[in-house]
Design a protein around this ligand. Structure first.
Ligand code: SF4
Ligand code: SF4
Length: 170
């Protein structure tokens, strides 16, 4: 197994910078917010497609079901205001609260709202070679979201932190 961090120093950083430039450009586009959100979600997925093969996640996804540990969904996903509005309208698994995201499907061990999942989930990968970083974001993962936050806020509204159904944190 290889990783950007171990074998291609700087490559992960460059991918993050490329994503940031593209999001800035998307923010300058004329058009409605829904279109902009669609664009930045596709940009996040495209970033994911490039970094995934070099991540710890790709080793875990060797089975047809993909990674089924659910460790990175034992959380409250980071959301922005427009994402929270959408998530509030979706059915939730309230029994998950306290140990998993309310959208985590515990039977299938995967995301129950995969195509609608928030931006932060789309760029979350474990780039280290340890399970520890599935639940504890590594420095570069935190840095990436931090570098994108102010650009994302122009499109997705205020950053609210970890999602809680029906509750605003700001
Ligand atoms: S971060 Fe960990 S739990 Fe999440 S998909 Fe990757 S390997 Fe699986
Ligand atoms: S929204 Fe989906 S991917 Fe994100 S934490 Fe919840 S279950 Fe996991």
């Amino acid at each position: 197994m290889n990783s950007f961090m171990n074998n291609q120093p700087g490559e992960l950083l460059r991918e993050g910078e490329r994503l940031e430039r593209r999001i800035i450009r998307a923010g300058r586009l004329n058009g409605d917010r829904r279109r902009q959100i669609g664009i930045i979600y596709r940009l996040a997925d495209s970033y994911g497609n490039r970094v995934f093969p070099h991540s710890f996640c790709s080793g875990m996804a060797g089975s047809p079901a993909g990674c089924v540990t659910g460790a990175c969904c034992a959380c409250r996903p980071d959301v922005f205001a427009y994402e929270k509005e959408l998530l509030d309208r979706l059915p939730k698994r309230l029994a998950n609260l306290g140990h998993h995201c309310p959208f985590f499907n515990r039977a299938k061990r995967n995301c129950g709202i995969y195509t609608l999942r928030p931006f932060a989930c789309r760029i979350y990968y474990n780039h280290e070679m340890s399970h520890y970083y599935c639940q504890n974001p590594a420095e570069e993962t935190i840095r990436l979201l931090e570098s994108l936050k102010r650009h994302l806020e122009e499109i997705l509204g205020s950053y609210l932190g970890g999602y809680l159904p029906g509750l605003n944190e700001k």
